[in-house]
Ligand binder design. Structure first.
Ligand SMILES: [Zn+2]
Length: 116
């Protein structure tokens, strides 16, 4: 299950970013998960609940932003919004398409309650 190892990576990245930051608790974890990243957001949420148990991230709200898929035609450089069915260029009909965005898997930031 791919989402569990991703959740472990997210936890590791988060802990690293919290290292030199005094905080009371982590309130929100902001993630960016592209629609063609192959990650199931609900499975990821569940995996995060499990792997963050007994860590500072336990109980934090997980917000997942889904950026739109963007494609570019390699022949005419037309940029267009992708969907699962459309893999040819709307301008010239070419099928030489490259993915510009939509496969992100990122920790955007953490919102913490600072230690007063
Ligand atoms: Zn084209």
């Amino acid at each position: 299950m791919h989402e569990v190892s991703l959740a472990q990576d997210i936890l590791a990245i988060s802990m690293e970013s919290l290292k030199n930051r005094p905080f009371e608790k982590v309130v929100v974890v902001n993630l960016k998960i592209g629609p063609v990243s192959g990650v199931d957001p609900e499975a990821l949420r569940f995996a995060l609940t499990v792997v963050t148990e007994n860590t500072p991230l336990a109980g934090a709200e997980v917000r997942i932003e889904t950026p739109p898929m963007r494609l570019e035609c390699r022949d005419c450089r037309q940029e267009f919004a992708g969907d699962d069915s459309e893999f040819s260029c709307p301008a010239c009909g070419s099928s030489r398409i490259q993915l510009l965005s939509g496969d992100e898997m990122e920790v955007v930031n953490l919102e913490v309650l600072e230690r007063s």
